[in-house]
Ligand binder design. Structure first.
Ligand code: IPE
Ligand code: IPE
Ligand code: MG
Length: 232
């Protein structure tokens, strides 16, 4: 079976999953967190090397305060609960996204987890938090501009390769596969640059239903695709 090395996931449909069951939205987020662990374990087992999870977008600040609070406190709990397991499985955790708008306490917890897992090599989890693809590209442009101005690089050094390196995922190879659950078929400002040649997969299930066997289905579907990258 052809295995994607890097999978990007838009974990969508927590709210609708809860609504269908007559539950408050946060119950969907709670159940969704359980799938995160399951999907990571399955991905690592199948030989995937990296996973990038869209957990909170630059637009998700438009949600009710209480929901936002719940999402960030779930993330803190996730780190508390699974940091040991990440270490045992040699998994590196890092965050991509803006760090200036998230509660400092949450950022501190994330940075501790980043520090303590940074030497792990078997698997990489990128958590996209307060992340937007457009923000990422603008930040990259600013970095290049600053490097130009300070003379570290010249204008001629700006090309696709150096631009890529200035983005949040920098040296990590682009995702081979993008999965978005819940039946929605849009990118919602996720990795705009890096998804240029990703295979897209849109299962109908809501994120709280996306378990290890759903991931296997997605990888099987990926295995059937013919990637051409513009060639023949
Ligand atoms: C995804 O589920 C979780 C986040 C965006 C944080 P949603 O909360 O978007 O669930 P729906 O799309 O409203 O069902
Ligand atoms: C995208 O889902 C963001 C995350 C999953 C974190 P949304 O639910 O926010 O996207 P839209 O609003 O349906 O496009
Ligand atoms: Mg949604």
């Amino acid at each position: 079976m052809k295995i994607p090395k890097h999978i990007a996931i838009i974990m969508d449909g927590n709210g609708r999953w809860a609504k269908d069951r007559g539950l408050p939205r946060f119950e969907g987020h709670r159940e969704g967190m359980e799938r995160v662990r399951e999907v990571i374990r399955q991905a690592q087992r199948l030989g995937v090397k990296a996973i990038t999870l869209f957990a909170f977008s630059t637009e998700n600040w438009d949600r009710p305060r209480s929901e936002i609070k719940f999402l960030f406190s779930s993330l803190e709990k996730f780190i508390d609960k699974y940091l040991k397991e990440l270490q045992e499985n040699d998994i590196k955790l890092q965050m991509i996204g803006r760090r200036d708008r998230i509660d400092k306490k949450v950022i501190k917890r994330i940075e501790e987890a980043e520090r303590s897992t940074k030497e792990n090599k078997s698997f990489l989890i990128n958590v996209a938090l307060d992340y937007g693809g457009r923000w990422d590209i603008v930040e990259g442009a600013k970095k290049l501009l600053a490097n130009c101005r300070s003379g570290v690089i010249s204008e001629d050094d700006i090309d696709e390769a150096s631009f890529s390196k200035s983005l949040a995922l920098a040296d990590i190879p682009d995702p081979d596969l993008l999965i978005r659950t819940s039946g929605e078929q849009r990118i919602s400002n996720f990795l705009l640059w890096n998804l240029a040649y990703a295979e897209l997969y849109f299962p109908e299930v809501f994120w709280p239903e996306f378990n290890g066997s759903e991931l296997k289905k997605a990888i099987n579907a990926y295995g059937q695709r013919q990637r051409r990258f513009g060639g023949v």
